[in-house]
Design a protein around this ligand. Structure first.
Ligand SMILES: [Zn+2]
Length: 405
């Protein structure tokens, strides 16, 4: 994780920061194009050292030379690291950086000076010291700083720092968590938590997008609308992230063992396959794409992936065990008699076992089943019952990702 602070650049420094962002983006996109355009017979893609030499050459003959060499070199190093991460399978393929969306650059071996209790400065090449607000303690070491501009026009500086542990008292409590659409998080002890929806901000976004569509490309009014869209998105995202931080901290504080379903959220938001019409070549039958798109939107809105990542980060730092179990039929299984049937789930909210009549809230019931599956796995780790221990588990001590066979 990273410690992030609001950066407060002077106007002159800000224009230089914008310049660094565009340089870093340009160098990154150039390296990506080079890597993407590899064709048989055209020789190998240049390696990291060759790319560095090409950058030095380009700096002698182009406008790149006026920018900061260390920012540009760091962009290349970032790209090499991104390629390595992609090959290692831990990250997705490096993507194009788009102006206005992915604005940022890195500064290596950064110098940070604390001015007083509230302010510190970070040294940026060709800008000098730029001050930032000390909203939390500085990490002990800050080797690399990343400076970013978000879509709401806010500058931030962030330093890599270990996740601080959550202050907690061990009580031996275990909890199962069911992630859903109607209720974002249902726990086995009966809590129903919903990520904040923002209907007013969503409506505002709709209005702004309609206004944007009517405005002249390149006009000042259009730019204003775009900035307002960015700020609105940022407000929604901030609200959801705040909810995720508070919810995960509370869960870690109150439990020693947390059991989640092993969800491949990425696969869950895929589009349905098109259904060709056998009677009319070139035509297609309804495949439920619109309904799936709506569900996908809710799944993405729920930020299950981010929730899981933050929960495991905090668990690892705080000595809490997070387990992942097979999610199949968790909403159809009766905790009283183990009967599995789709009819058990009477409606979205009600679970009623058709065999023994056990009745509960459907989401709480699923969370209870998930907890039971986790506890069944818990006593004998690493034995026959575990079909898979994912590589992420090995790297994150204290966090176990297991799936029942
Ligand atoms: Zn039953």
């Amino acid at each position: 994780m990273a410690h992030r602070y609001r950066l407060d650049p002077e106007p002159a420094a800000e224009s230089m920061l914008v310049r660094h962002c565009s340089d870093a983006r340009f160098v990154w996109n150039l390296a990506l194009e080079q890597a993407n355009s590899r064709r048989p017979g055209r020789g190998p893609t240049p390696g990291a050292a060759a790319r560095m030499r090409q950058l030095a050459e380009a700096r002698r003959h182009s406008w790149l030379g006026e920018g900061s060499s260390s920012v540009q070199q760091q962009a290349l190093r970032d790209f090499d690291q991104a390629l390595k991460n992609w090959w290692a399978g831990t990250h997705r393929r490096p993507r194009w950086r788009k102006a206005g969306r992915d604005e940022g650059f890195c500064v290596r071996d950064v110098t940070v000076v604390k001015l007083n209790r509230k302010w510190a400065t970070v040294f940026v090449p060709k800008c000098g010291p730029v001050r930032f607000r000390l909203s939390r303690p500085l990490p002990a070491e800050h080797g690399m700083a990343r400076i970013t501009l978000d879509r709401a026009g806010r500058w931030h500086v962030s330093f890599a720092a270990p996740q601080p542990p959550v202050v907690r008292v061990e009580g031996g409590a275990a909890v199962g968590i069911d992630r859903g659409v109607a209720t974002t998080i249902a726990t086995s002890d009966g809590q129903m938590l919903r990520i904040p929806s923002a209907p007013k901000l969503q409506a505002k976004l709709g209005r702004l997008h309609r206004r944007l569509a009517r405005q002249q490309p390149g006009s000042g009014r259009r730019a204003k609308t775009k900035a307002e869209i960015g700020r609105t998105h940022a407000r929604i995202t901030d609200r959801r992230n705040d909810w995720i931080e508070k919810t995960t901290t509370a869960l870690i504080r109150d439990h020693d063992v947390i059991v989640l379903e092993d969800l491949a959220t990425k696969n869950m938001v895929r589009r349905p396959h098109p259904k060709p019409d056998p009677d009319a070549p070139g035509a297609f039958l309804p495949n439920g794409a619109a309904a799936k798109a709506g569900l996908n939107r809710v799944i993405q809105w729920s930020c299950w992936g981010r929730f899981e990542r933050r929960l495991t980060d905090k668990a690892t730092a705080s000595g809490v065990t997070v387990m992942f179990v097979d999610p199949r039929h968790s909403s159809q299984t009766c905790p009283a008699c183990d009967h599995v049937a789709p009819e058990n789930r009477e409606s979205q909210a009600v679970f009623r076992c058709v065999r023994c009549g056990h009745c509960a809230h459907a989401d709480t019931n699923a969370a209870t089943i998930i907890l039971a599956r986790g506890l069944r796995l818990a006593p004998a780790p690493g034995q026959g019952a575990f079909a898979r221990v994912s590589p992420t588990a090995a790297s994150a001590a204290g966090t176990t990702r297991r799936t029942a066979a």
